[in-house]
Design a protein around this ligand. Structure first.
Ligand code: HEM
Length: 178
């Protein structure tokens, strides 16, 4: 009888203990950390990457272009093959041409400029510009870009941009006879 009383008392005590444990409020669940080191911190992880820079920006803008064009014309005036083309042109007209070339290159490279000059065909019509003069022009432009510290990548981008103008500028495929 005494043993039965002890057993049943123990069972009641165990039951009460189990109830007390299960009814105890749980601590709030910690939020799961899903951020990685790369997307943590400032900024919005969903933000668009910045647009690639235009060739105009990579060249350093209009001021940098003006320096390149200035050096380019000087190189053309200093080259035996091309200097005769500009020999009789007054200084202010050379300056006006330079400004037009700057605007043209600015526009073509993605800058916010207007080119108001003639088309390449009309500007060079009847000049009988030769293939050799074209090649001298490419050399003059490359040297001007190098002088201005323009990187190789941008240098080839500028030359590639001029290349399609060749068919409108070169009228004489073989060097002119003397
Ligand atoms: C891609 C190469 C070239 C470009 C971008 C270029 C651009 C220009 C531009 C913008 C003008 C002014 C047009 C206007 O007045 O409305 C011009 C004029 C002229 N260009 Fe070119 N040119 C190129 C190649 C050449 C070459 C190879 C020569 C000769 C070697 C040359 C000789 C001249 C001459 C003589 C003028 C006329 C200047 C004047 O009478 O006022 N150009 N060029």
């Amino acid at each position: 009888m005494r043993t039965r009383f002890l057993v049943s008392t123990s069972l009641v005590a165990l039951g009460l203990l189990a109830f007390a444990c299960s009814s105890k409020p749980r601590p709030p669940k910690e939020p799961t950390v899903t951020e990685t080191v790369s997307d943590a911190g400032e900024g919005d992880a969903d933000a668009e990457p910045p647009p690639p820079k235009s060739l105009f920006e990579r060249l350093g803008g209009k001021e940098a272009l003006a320096k390149v064009v200035d050096a380019f014309t000087k190189n053309m005036l200093g080259n035996d093959l091309t200097k005769k083309r500009f020999a009789k042109i007054p200084k202010d007209r050379i300056e006006a041409m330079n400004k037009k070339i700057v605007d043209q290159l600015c526009k073509e490279t993605g800058g916010d400029c207007e080119y108001t000059g003639k088309s390449m065909k009309d500007a060079h019509k009847g000049m009988k510009i030769t293939e050799a003069e074209w090649n001298a022009m490419v050399k003059a432009m490359k040297a001007a870009l190098e002088e201005a510290g323009v990187a190789e990548m941008e240098e080839s981008d500028v030359i590639a941009l001029l290349a399609p103008m060749r068919e409108d500028i070169v009228e004489q495929k073989t060097p002119a006879k003397k």
